[in-house]
Design a protein around this ligand. Structure first.
Ligand SMILES: Cc1cc2nc3c(=O)[nH]c(=O)nc-3n(C[C@H](O)[C@H](O)[C@H](O)COP(=O)(O)O)c2cc1C
Length: 310
């Protein structure tokens, strides 16, 4: 064990994005209005990712869109959002009252849509952009785009050419491969966030039908954490210089520590809010700080990827 320091530095830098602590509201969960985003800041988050926003409004799918399995959740909201022309007002309002970074999650079905939404998000004041290359249940968006590495590299390059702010790629477990990430880095990606939900299905044996109106959705929560950990571990081993936001099943300070040990600079928190409410942000920051103090780490940076140095 290292010598015990007096204080622990909880700040983290994801390229030029400065966070007061490593907790990030992940996309799709509460980042839908300026007032909810303000509540997330008050709850102690280090950064906020907005819901994924597309050019046109999207109604999303009919209910049921969310199932609690006990060990995780399956959702198929269908990228419901008001469209960027309406949403940019939420960001403008949010930027007037929120000091922590706001990461705008950009959705699109082609290069032009990504660039359009990215431009609007930047103009509205987002501190960073996250390209959704991974939503598993909306045809033509997310994972469908993410499977075409040439197209996604082009999207990254174009968005980077219009953005002075850091740009991250939100990847699914299946697309977080070495040969994909090499291309994303060549295209200029600054940060990687992984993982998104995993394509999943729930069946009702009484009605003998799928439970979700969309039939398939995305699995999240504690049951996907071992998969997310392996993805972050692999990316950090191959690309130790790229900042990672580890997402998937972070539900307490211990699981945040796991994610940081394997290579994450920051942790995304989503489903756990459904169970624990917004107090989870402070709970994680406090627990992580105490853990680092006890283990003798001075900063989150020192803890990041520690498992690889053993
Ligand atoms: C209800 C819900 C909506 C989501 N919407 C989005 C979204 O709009 N964009 C996105 O990139 N990810 C979305 N996600 C995925 C989360 O950002 C996250 O990657 C995933 O849920 C795993 O993290 P968790 O286990 O902490 O929830 C959504 C997840 C949930 C549960």
């Amino acid at each position: 064990m290292l010598n015990k320091p007096c204080t622990v530095d909880m700040k983290v830098c994801l390229k030029s994005l400065h966070l007061i602590n490593p907790t990030v509201l992940t996309s799709g969960v509460l980042g839908v209005s300026y007032s909810l985003m303000k509540r997330v800041e008050e709850a102690g988050a280090g950064a906020i990712t907005t819901k994924t926003i597309t050019k046109e409004p999207r109604e999303g799918y009919w209910n049921p869109v969310f199932v609690d399995l006990g060990y995780g959740y399956v959702n198929a909201i269908g990228l419901r959002n008001p469209g960027v022309d309406v949403f940019r007002e939420e960001i403008r309002r949010a930027k007037k009252i929120i000091r922590i970074p706001i990461i705008g999650s950009v959705g699109g079905r082609d290069l032009d849509e990504f660039v359009y939404v990215a431009e609007e998000m930047l103009e509205a004041g987002c501190d960073s952009l996250e390209l959704n290359l991974s939503c598993p249940h909306v045809s033509g968006y997310g994972g469908d785009i993410g499977s075409d590495v040439e197209l996604t590299s082009k999207i990254i390059k174009e968005v980077k050419s219009i953005s002075e702010k850091p740009v991250s790629a939100k990847l699914s477990a299946s697309h977080a491969k070495k040969n994909f990430i090499e291309k994303y880095i060549d295209a200029g990606i600054d940060i990687i966030a992984a993982i998104n939900t995993l394509r999943a299905m729930v069946v009702n044996i009484d009605s003998m039908t799928p439970v979700l109106s969309n039939i398939v959705g995305g699995l999240s929560g504690p049951c996907i954490r071992p998969i997310a950990l392996a993805v972050i571990y692999d990316i950090h081993r191959e690309f130790p210089d790229i900042p990672l936001i580890g997402v998937g099943g972070v539900e307490d300070w211990m699981s945040a520590v796991e994610m940081i040990l394997v290579g994450a600079s920051a942790v995304g928190i989503g489903s756990a809010i459904a169970k624990k409410g917004l107090s989870i942000f402070k709970e994680i920051v406090k627990g992580l700080e105490k853990y680092m103090e006890e283990k003798g780490f001075r900063s989150v940076k020192d803890l990041t990827g520690y498992i690889h140095r053993n």
